[in-house]
Design a protein around this ligand. Sequence first.
Ligand code: NAD
Length: 497
Amino acid sequence: MSVVSHLINGELVDSNRTLDVTNPSTGKVIRQVADANAADVERAIAAAQAAFPAWRDTPPAKRAQVMYRFKQLLEDNADRLVKLVSEEHGKTPEDAMGELKRGIENVEYACGVPELLKGEYSHNVGPGIDAWSNFQPLGVVAGITPFNFPCMVPLWMYPMAIACGNTFILKPSEKDPSAAMAIAELLQDAGLPKGVMNVIHGGREAVETLLDAKAVKAISFVGSTPVAEAIYTRGSAAGKRVQALGGAKNHAVVLPDADLENAANTLMGAAFGSCGERCMAISVAVCVGDATADRLVETLLPKIAELKVGPGTRKGLDMGPLVTAEHRDKVLGFIDDGVKAGAKLVADGRDLQVADHEEGYFVGGCLFDNVTAEMRIYQEEIFGPVLCVVRVGSLDDAMQLVNDHEYGNGTCLFTRDGEAARRFTDAIEVGMVGVNVPLPVPVAYHSFGGWKRSLFGDLHAYGPDSVRFYTRRKAVSQRWPSVSEATQAEFSFPANQ
Ligand code: NAD
């Protein structure tokens, strides 16, 4: 059985431990992945440290040239990468291609790094004194990524980190490591010097070694909220810059004047695409008025019944399996819990069977009506194909519900009322907001991040915030007095007025 190795200093390196990688459509172990211990991680850190001085001094325009070649290689190898994602994650090839393309947009943004790193300059801030700020790389930085976007989320991080002059260590999810590894090898092929990009695989031990290492200056994390919080706490206590993006419970608020057919169509993709395993998935539809809720449920039910579910590697489907047997059981547990709590399960995907894939981790689309804020299925992230309908009396009630939730990643309002939309976008306590756009994932030249317990840290991922996250500002004041100019000692604090 093949093993997915680490990439350290441009070489493939194995560990003496491995973990299984499973195809969730069949339930079969298809390969192994190396499981790094502390010594493996320290080797990667040493390689990244050694590569840093020369890479820092490489002109940004030259670093950008690597990114241009990298983008081309990603496009040339797209079908191979998509196949790896579908095989290990279970998402459909069309969905995997979508995430790869959104990832490539971040490489395109990183190609503009000479422009993005232009500093700020002021002439004559004092007599004969010029001042400027420039943005310098931090050194060795690391990224820890989740299973659900094995191409895109790593690409949120290292193209910009590396383009800014840092060296990088990626720890991808051990559940679907192959695409992230194949992409890192393409970056080597694009001409990146050895040691600038390293990949280590594994779990908690690998991550904690990165968190505690003095040489690692910053950590970007994306994953579940309990782990995000622990990483933020431990990493910042060790003096690092940390951005840790966590879980979500994204609400779509549906007003009575919304175009319900359109809302239902877009909600189907937002709730059930990728089997609901997206941090921006809509998992709650908050309907204003019973009539709106009745019509929405009526419109959704036949669409849910028609969902095409099957193996992730097959084209033309709507949903593949959940990622692991453990995760499938957790999702099923939530559904049972919702029924017990009194929510009405109007579409039940629990018994779905996929022909010739009896061992796959499939769950069909589920719709709960009459969900209330006290229920666990409302409060917690399910991360499966389960949409909950909550009924409220007014837009204000809907906004209160959204604002009271501990998560604040994404939200959306369906309406034709511009005044309501303006009020919603202004006062809603969520980091990414859509109006008639249920998945408001910002494009690569904006930044991505939630509020409340969906993000620990202050700078968001990718886009302009990532330039700030992966650099530190240096402010320089400079004076060149002429040789004949006499300088006097000044004891009061220098001021211009
Ligand atoms: P996870 O938290 O289980 O794992 C994420 C990463 O952390 C993996 O690389 C994993 O190996 C590592 N890890 C897991 N447990 C750890 C521990 N105890 N100590 C140190 N490292 C640990 O998340 P997941 O199941 O891979 O991904 C799904 C979660 O990610 C969902 O909650 C989803 O909402 C979230 N997510 C958030 C965003 C966002 O942008 N906010 C994007 C994608 C996914």
